[in-house]
Design a protein around this ligand. Structure first.
Ligand code: GLP
Length: 258
């Protein structure tokens, strides 16, 4: 399905090295938290985010950043995996960020598919917090954002979804065996994500080049859920040269960093 919504050119930040892009995203989050400590962050998991959280932990350890007033909502979580399981996104967030900074545990949220009315409740919590100020995203090799796989509607909200075979293959590295990779997850929807006031998508590595080019240069379509970001007026794409390999530079106001 294609949509005829207005399209906006995203900002593009290009980095020669992935780690510089990751640190820049961390710095953008830090800048927001310093200007408004009670900001509401939309957070993501995945390997792309490790360097982002490393930067945030490092700033916190230098005494330069506090997380005590921020509220966060993660994009997604597997179904059938306990929060305490090392393969859960909850464990990822605690290991990479939450347990290393002064975050207030009562303000940190991940969707929990086992909760009563899990999806509606998660949406209501986001609304009650005043909405998301800054949503950070990675991108799947098939163009997914959160776990909104190809076929996801632009009006989708938080819900339980089936994981695409390709996603299960890529994410198998985080599980003890292929057979234990979950088949379902709970994820914020495309509409939920697009309600964030600002979005930064971080894409690094050659494996993301095709998905990123399709997301930014093809008309918005469920074939590549990240393409719906074109309908949001405040999106920044941060990427390294490898992920940007198939982008047409003339389509952006490009800003190159070291
Ligand atoms: C994961 C998450 C996404 C993430 C994507 C890319 O499974 N559900 O939120 O952006 O896949 O992950 P990575 O950064 O490891 O490539």
């Amino acid at each position: 399905m294609t949509v005829s919504a207005q399209r906006f050119p995203p900002h593009l930040r290009l980095f020669a090295r992935a780690e510089d892009g990751e640190a820049w995203v961390g710095d953008e989050i830090a800048r927001l938290l310093r200007s408004r400590p009670e900001s509401v962050l939309g957070l993501a998991t995945g390997n792309s985010m490790r360097g982002v959280y490393r930067q945030l932990v490092s700033l916190h350890r230098q005494g330069a950043l506090s997380f005590s007033a921020m509220t966060s909502f993660n994009l997604d979580e597997y179904c059938g995996v306990n929060a305490s399981d090392p393969s859960s996104f909850s464990s990822f967030m605690h290991d990479q960020l939450f347990d290393r900074v002064d975050a207030n545990p009562s303000r940190l949220h991940l969707p929990d598919s086992t909760a009563v009315d899990a999806a509606a409740r998660y949406e209501a919590l986001i609304t009650a917090a005043g909405g998301i100020d800054l949503q950070v995203l990675g991108i799947g090799q098939n163009g997914h954002i959160g776990f909104n796989e190809p076929g996801s509607s632009p009006s989708s909200r938080t819900r339980i979804v089936d994981l695409a075979p390709r996603t299960r293959q890529v994410n198998a590295a985080d599980f003890p065996s292929d057979a234990t990779v979950p088949t379902k997850a709970i994820t914020m929807g495309i509409a939920t994500i697009l309600e964030a006031r600002r979005i930064i998508l971080l894409a690094t590595g050659a494996a993301k080049a095709d998905a990123l080019a399709q997301a930014l240069h093809s008309p918005p379509s469920a074939d590549n859920p990240a393409s719906y970001l074109q309908t949001h007026p405040n999106v920044t794409i941060a990427c390294d040269d490898a992920a940007a390999a198939h982008l047409r530079a003339d389509a952006f106001k490009e800003k190159r960093h070291a």
